[in-house]
Ligand binder design. Sequence first.
Ligand code: C5P
Length: 232
Amino acid sequence: MDKTKPIIALDVASSQEFNALLQDLAPESLTCKVGMECYYSQGPAVVKSLLEAGHQVFLDLKLHDIPNTVAKSVAVLSQLGCHMLNVHAQGGIKMMRAAVEARNASSHQPLLIAVTQLTSTSLEEFQSLQDSKQNLVQNVLHLAKLAKEVGMDGVVCSPQEVPLIKEDCGAEFLTITPGIRQHLAPEDDQVRVATVQEAKSLGTDYIVVGRPVTAASNPSQSYQTILNEWRS
Ligand code: C5P
């Protein structure tokens, strides 16, 4: 999957909004992400149409269920021909292994990525959920190592965690990092954030950018600015 472009999160539900956004952004081919909002409203057809138009697609459905269900779902979703697919690492080792096996058995083989801890989760929220004083970064690293062990291609994490993951899991193990912000608005749900430049200098493979482009007054201009920063 093309590393020279930011992954743009096409987080819109209606096909009108989707088409308008695509028209704005896509004189050139995009590396883009179809998440729950878009997939649940438009279904597999949206992935197929993006692929047919020459875009690269990360299908971000964050699967998290029993191993059998996840394996069957990975098999079905791989057949769509998307370039990248993900599951929650917290679904467990057996679940991740089943996902890898299903992907490996498929004729289309998307990169398979494990979500560690969501970039919207703060240390306080993590500790309260775990009911422990465990360190969030250490937990992200632990989940990344498990993902690597079972044959996943990489993880979704915060840019801040990339150097540690690369050190322990190797440079080839992919890091996909949302939480990209120039300025954090008070109402924003992202917590473990970084700028494009910071993410780049921390060594991430892919940045995921949603609202800084999709909610901008001029999405196309915003996309070009971020693209230039990422490439500079
Ligand atoms: O709008 P924003 O730039 O925050 O969008 C980030 C995108 O990345 C969203 O589509 C969100 O679902 C996704 N994502 C995330 N954190 C993760 C995994 C995916 O924010 N850990």
